[in-house]
Ligand binder design. Structure first.
Ligand SMILES: Cc1cc2nc3c(=O)[nH]c(=O)nc-3n(C[C@H](O)[C@H](O)[C@H](O)COP(=O)(O)O)c2cc1C
Length: 343
């Protein structure tokens, strides 16, 4: 797989702010996004970077309001912040700076030089080490203080996080996940959208490798057709039920309200949580299906006993390393190509 490679040694420490911002994009794009759509665009200014939603990459069936799309851009924004701090720069972020331009999700201003803290270093190194890990986790419990640290990471970004350690509530959540899988797969529009983002051949720079859907190599070429044609909902539900009940921790992240600003905050909180977990060698994967079905989303909040709007459901635990997912080059995501080499 052609994961995007970047070396921190190449940061243009003495370059123009615009070159530094362009370099930071190498880290922004390592954020997670549903179906690996990478739904963001960037415009580089003299000392600032504008983050836009790329709605051509929206998932109209599974994410009709672009909630998850906006959340993913929030996660990319968090990576920008961590990378700026690691390379020793202050920054300032404006969320949704222009009400007349809803696609402009954030403006990121690069500031003066500043000291790098120890936490920045740890979080920064976790950016390239974080991959969605869809394999079963070991039964080993998580470090006792990790739950609290993840909660405070989410709180610092304006979100809440509830870890659900008890077996009974985990079982109910697992049932909601399985129910959501069955409902989604029963919808041919869901299957068609999924098939559009499944990549049968190695070398793709976005989307999900077909093998991640349990399709064997010899069937890979027919993978998108298989996914589109057959309702594999029962199989997916059984697999996800098993994963959810046997992970040492399920964590629900949410916000008090449910506006694009909340989604951007939830995305930053998500990435803060995922990177913090990774600093402790803890892996995560997403079980967001019940949050993508409106009735089940409300039910999920009730089960966890939290008021507000659940945004992401995660499974956390220890396990073998997961392979990196592919990425497009940041140059493909620039709204205006910059021209180098002229005076
Ligand atoms: C909001 C959101 C929802 C997601 N939902 C799922 C999911 O239901 N199933 C899944 O396997 N991965 C899910 N993912 C993970 C993406 O597939 C993954 O982030 C993407 O393929 C990029 O891979 P990486 O996270 O390893 O960098 C989700 C990611 C986000 C941000």
């Amino acid at each position: 797989m052609n994961a995007w490679h970047v070396s921190a040694d190449d940061f243009p420490a003495d370059g123009y702010a615009s070159d530094q911002l362009e370099f930071l994009l190498n880290y922004a794009i390592l954020a997670p996004s549903n179906h690996n759509t990478q739904p963001w665009l960037f415009r580089i200014g003299v000392t600032d970077l504008a983050v836009y939603a790329d709605r051509r990459r929206a998932l109209r069936v599974v994410d009709p309001l672009d909630r998850e799309l906006t959340l993913s851009a929030g996660a990319a924004l968090f990576n920008l912040r961590v990378a700026a701090e690691y390379f020793g720069h202050e920054y300032r972020v404006e969320l949704l700076p222009d009400p007349t331009e809803p696609n402009l999700l954030a403006r990121f201003h690069l500031g003066l030089r500043a000291d790098t803290g120890a936490e920045d270093v740890l979080l920064f190194h976790a950016i390239t080490r974080r991959h969605t890990n869809r394999q079963p986790f070991l039964p080993d419990p998580l470090p006792p203080d990790l739950g609290e640290r993840l909660q405070s990471a989410a709180a610092r970004e304006g979100a809440w996080l509830v870890c659900v350690p008890e077996e009974e509530r985990r079982r109910v959540l697992a049932e909601l996940i399985a129910e959501a899988d069955r409902r989604q797969w029963a919808d041919p529009h869901f299957r068609r959208e999924l098939a559009q983002w499944v990549r049968p051949k190695p070398g793709a720079t976005d989307g999900i490798p077909v093998q991640d859907y349990g399709i064997q190599d010899w069937l890979a070429a027919a993978g998108p057709l298989i996914l589109r044609t057959f309702n594999r909902g029962d199989g997916q539900a059984a697999r996800d039920h098993e994963l959810a009940t046997h992970s040492p921790c399920l964590a629900l992240l949410g916000t008090a309200a449910d506006t694009p600003r909340d989604w951007l905050q939830a995305g930053q909180a998500l990435q803060h949580v995922l990177l913090t977990a990774r600093t402790e060698e803890v892996h995560a994967s997403f079980l967001c299906q019940p949050l993508e079905v409106p009735e089940l989303r409300a039910r999920t909040a009730e089960v966890v006993g939290q008021s507000g709007y659940p945004q992401v459901l995660l499974r956390l635990g220890y396990g073998p390393e997961a392979p990196p997912a592919p990425r497009r080059s940041p140059r493909e995501m620039l709204l205006i190509q910059r021209h180098h080499g002229h005076a």
